[in-house]
Design a binder for this molecule. Structure first.
Ligand SMILES: NC(=O)c1ccc[n+]([C@@H]2O[C@H](COP(=O)([O-])OP(=O)(O)OC[C@H]3O[C@@H](n4cnc5c(N)ncnc54)[C@H](OP(=O)(O)O)[C@@H]3O)[C@@H](O)[C@H]2O)c1
Length: 290
């Protein structure tokens, strides 16, 4: 039977603990606000009276709290530090690659194996076979925690021993998601201004997402190989679209923040001489920073 401790019972930590309980694992939990543990205790979890007791209860200790600062403050006491020796600490709070490196250094000093993870899902998606988690850090820590992590997210991806990798892939993926979301929100303004349904728009995007994914994949290959010269979509063509968004926003009197931002990036790329290159040539402008 898997024995695992979950520290942090916000929406995500609670979902992790519940998925583990449903799988038959022995789950010990701790949360600053103890009332949040009550539903899980009714489902079979053991509530530990302190963080040190929670850590001592299991060989695998998952932490999922608001951020790494909170995690450090929870795990920072002498009692907890002593209890961590010999265990696998799996940090699933969201943080930066440097946060992960700092946590790994501290865990090693305490004699714990450390794995950094990033969950690419919402709490209701926890426990599914297709739910992704990126993990990075010690391969020993990964192998020891793999059976437990696969219960909470079947699509577990080990990104290697370099501990900052999970966070880097997570932040990059979230950047892609939020970029698409802002485009979607502006698209929703356009459709609302013409009296169309936004829920149908969401469904349509979900249906055609493999085609959109192919376009992103192509741009990734172009960036990696630096082959911008034979464009499928030139920056000049894309600028035409951005200008149309701005025009439509003016005509419909809707917000134009997203079109204006996009047009500005294209303008910089055209000024730099990349007008007839692939869309991804904006990277050459973005790499120069602000
Ligand atoms: N929710 C999502 O969709 C999602 C998706 C992917 C990743 N994540 C990541 O998962 C982590 C947890 O997220 P969440 O959605 O469960 O909610 P959250 O609001 O980010 O975190 C809530 C947890 O942090 C604890 N906490 C906050 N400040 C604290 C402090 N000063 N001392 C002790 N504990 C403190 C809370 O304890 P109390 O209950 O006592 O306040 C609770 O256990 C975050 O890093 C988040 O980025 C969340």
């Amino acid at each position: 039977m898997n024995e695992v401790t979950v520290i942090g019972l916000g929406p995500m930590g609670s979902a992790l603990a519940r998925a583990l309980l449903q799988n038959g694992s022995r789950v010990t939990v701790w949360n600053r606000t103890s009332e949040k543990a009550e539903p899980l205790v009714r489902e079979g979890a053991v509530f530990a009276p302190s963080v040190a007791v929670a850590v001592s209860a299991s060989p695998i200790v998952i932490v999922c709290v608001a951020n790494y600062e909170v995690s450090r403050s929870i795990l920072g006491t002498e009692e907890v530090s002593t209890a961590l020796a010999g265990r696998v600490l799996v940090e699933l709070s969201t943080g930066s690659p440097q946060d992960a490196r700092d946590s790994e250094t501290r865990a090693r000093e305490l004699g714990a194996d450390y794995l950094d993870g990033a969950i690419l899902a919402t709490p209701p998606q926890i426990g599914r076979a297709d739910t992704p988690i990126f993990a990075s850090g010690s391969e020993i820590a990964f192998r020891r925690s793999e059976p437990v992590l696969k219960i909470v997210a079947g699509n577990l991806m080990y990104m290697g021993e370099s501990v900052g990798s999970a966070s880097a892939w997570d932040l990059a993926t979230l950047s892609t998601l939020f970029g698409a979301m802002f485009g979607f929100f502006h698209g929703s303004l356009i459709l609302e201004s013409e009296g169309h349904r936004v829920d149908s728009f969401g469904s349509l995007i979900a249906d055609i997402s493999p085609v959109l994914g192919q376009m992103i994949k192509h741009e990734g290959e172009v960036i990696q190989t630096g082959t911008y010269e034979k464009p499928q979509s030139s920056i000049k063509t894309c600028m035409g679209t951005a200008e149309l968004w701005v025009k439509q926003a003016r005509e419909a009197r809707i917000n134009s923040d997203f079109p204006t931002f996009t047009k500005e990036v294209f303008r910089k790329a055209i000024n730099a001489g990349f007008e007839n290159e692939e869309l991804a040539a904006v990277m050459k402008v973005l790499r120069k920073g602000a």
